[in-house]
Design a protein around this ligand. Sequence first.
Ligand code: XIL
Length: 366
Amino acid sequence: MNRRDFVTALGAAAAANWSSSTAIAHAAMSPLKQLADHKGLMFGSSLALKYFTQSPAYKQLFISQCDIATPELQMKWNSLSHQPGVYDFASADQLVTFCETNHIKVRGHTLVWHDSLPAWIPGRLSSTTAETIMLDHIHAVAGHFAGKLYSWDVVNEALDPGSQRQDGLRTSPWLQNIGVDYIEKAFRATAAADPHALLIWNENYLEVSNGFGAAKRRAMLAQLDILLEQGVPIHGIGLESHLRGNQANVLGDASYEAFLAELAKRGMKIFITELDIQDVTLPADVSERDQTVADIYKKFLTATLRQSAVKGVIAWGLSDAFTWLSGYAPRKDGLPARPLAFDANCQPKPAYYAIADALETAPRRA
Ligand code: XIL
């Protein structure tokens, strides 16, 4: 039985309320990290240990599926520090220890972002203070985890074509107070604090093949050329890939693949870093909704994984029980969101099989 027939059979079993469907699902389920590994890829998810207390099954699922993880909150500035210069690394350390114990690599996330800043920051930022505040933060945080992380998202969401700036950069508090070279300074400081981590620029909506996406891609390539020309230590690009169910026709087209090739030409390693699919505009019917979501996963991943500079797929959660989208993009009909590979009971959905299929058809990396 191939995967698609299997899903159909599962659906029939569920419809007949066949109690052993769960056991069958497990029997046919190859861990995504294993399918990825066969192709020289990594597979993982965002991680928050609090979900494991709520669901031990989720903990088992996480360990079985992932060989890389991104802390969902614990390394963000507003999680680490509530007062200037005072840091509490306890929960982030706990997360790193959990990952070490379970042979899961950790992606540090994130050092310089306009979002998730502690309440004290806005009042203190000025053109005379901002650079020191940013560099001290990088020194403290990247220094604390030095040698323990696979990578750092040094700069997060630095582009905003809506800013009306020629260079497409977001007018973030960092840009406003430090200037455009805050990006260069952040990368250099992170390299000095943790010479072993891969240094990543993580960005959203690069994959959308409309005018907005195209503007982002152009702006990123132009910035990359400047940074690389100046010898800035930047090693990779994160494609957040928060996809939307109603954008199926504009995801992962030829101009997007050409962009990935341009990144590869510049020596960038590429990671899908926050993959999920908003189902807020999709029909209520669960099987129809799940199928549309699965089709988008398949289309997007197939296009992206064709590029061998893509080294890993990290989802923004594994089970629909624990998705940020239930708060960020709730459905108007009040039905629970179904954006991820596994349902609220940690059972595989059509999305899981779509991801598995895309990994199995991906070319092998060296
Ligand atoms: C989100 C978390 O999932 C939420 O729990 C939190 O409230 C806000 O941040 N881009 C990013 C991630 O880089 O850090 C964000 O994570 C989602 C968008």
